[in-house]
Design a protein around this ligand. Structure first.
Ligand code: FAD
Length: 319
């Protein structure tokens, strides 16, 4: 079922959807670790499960002559197959993330065709970040530079217009989600500009928005107000990441350019070890989730990062 149809149904029934996000296994590892992460969460009846996409990384190896050899490797391959495997094993809808970075337009169209043949009806369309080892995002020479271009491509296919090969009247039927940033995307000069481009993604065919993680609900409430004022009417699903390690206190703001609320920092400073941080992360996640549900969010999307225990504890308290 399409995510947008689930969202519409849930809104009619005044329900909040539960969903979570997983990473494909690291190259060389079994898919069993993913199943182990999903198993405890199935009792909460997830509306859909997202699987992230990971672009190639540039690896620089020093040679005996002092020069560097550059090689390219995809560290977490298999998103399409992981989605299909989860769908078959659990009979749950999966949402593969599709990124622009590292792919030509034709390769992207090929992946979309594969997804359609597998019966996967949902996509989260993203630009992707710079490849590890590269300073800034650079599009593939024959690829897309913005998620909006990708959304436009998917919409064309939904209208029966494939960019490559012959058009026979066959149409895909993807529901498309896109990313939104309550604390602004790191490349955007300000939130208004970022929201202007978010609106463009919606106008080109996105059905719903999933936000970047945030730890202060007020940031989400303000973001939704500003999106609505800008004329964005689609559902905006909050993305929640339970804090699990002390390291994340510096890592997450650095990577995602977000702020932790002072109250959370103060509480985290009192924690002796990661066990206590994890407990705090669960308590904070429950508090955040309860307030968001009370506000009337369409769904709660959890960044599980392959570890389901915190998400399970939060889901147990709120659903
Ligand atoms: P875009 O919407 O293209 O925006 C990127 C930047 O360009 C923004 O600053 C925007 O304001 C600006 N912009 C947009 N359109 C234009 C335009 N036409 N002209 C000028 N500027 C413009 N990354 C992965 O690699 N794999 C994943 O699986 C993945 N999953 C994610 C899931 C979620 C829910 C979120 C929030 C992020 C995810 N990311 C993932 C990270 C994401 O790829 C990065 O944040 C990336 O830097 C931006 O992606 P985007 O789709 O928001 O880009």
């Amino acid at each position: 079922m399409k995510v947008i149809d689930r969202l519409t149904q849930a809104a009619e029934e005044k329900k909040t959807l539960f969903s979570f996000e997983l990473l494909p296994p690291v190259r060389g590892k079994s898919i069993q670790s993913l199943f182990d992460a999903i198993d405890p969460l199935m009792e909460f009846n997830p509306a859909f499960v997202d699987v992230t996409y990971h672009r190639e990384e540039y690896i620089y190896r020093e040679l005996p002559n002092g020069l560097f050899e550059k090689s390219v490797q995809r560290h977490r391959p298999g998103t399409v197959a992981v989605c299909a495997a989860i769908m078959h094993k659990y009979n749950v809808d999966t949402v593969p993330h599709i990124i622009c970075g590292g792919f030509s337009k034709e390769e992207t169209e090929n992946i979309l065709i594969e997804l359609n043949f597998l019966g996967i009806e949902n996509i989260l369309a993203l630009r992707g970040d710079a490849a590890k080892g590269e300073a800034a995002f650079t599009p593939h020479p024959d690829g897309y530079g913005y998620a909006s271009d990708l959304v436009e491509h998917i919409t064309s296919m939904n209208n029966g217009e494939f960019k490559y090969g012959e058009n026979t009247g066959f149409k895909t039927g993807f529901s498309v989600g896109v990313a939104g940033y309550p604390e602004k995307h790191m490349d955007a000069s300000n939130l208004d500009t970022d929201i202007k481009y978010l609106k463009q993604k919606v106008e080109l065919g996105a059905d719903y928005i999933v936000t970047q993680m945030f730890f202060d609900n007020q940031k989400y409430f303000d973001f939704v107000d500003r999106c609505r004022a800008a004329g964005i009417t689609v559902p905006i699903i909050p993305g929640i990441k339970p804090l699990t390690t002390k390291k994340q206190l510096t890592l997450l703001p650095n990577i995602f350019k977000l702020d932790f609320p002072q109250e959370l920092i103060k509480e985290a400073e009192k924690c002796k070890d990661n066990k206590e941080i994890k407990k705090l992360g669960i308590e904070w996640g429950i508090q955040q989730s309860k307030e968001l549900i009370e506000y009337g969010v369409p769904g709660m999307h959890f960044y599980s990062m392959g570890r389901s225990t915190s998400v399970k504890d939060i889901a147990e308290a709120i659903f």
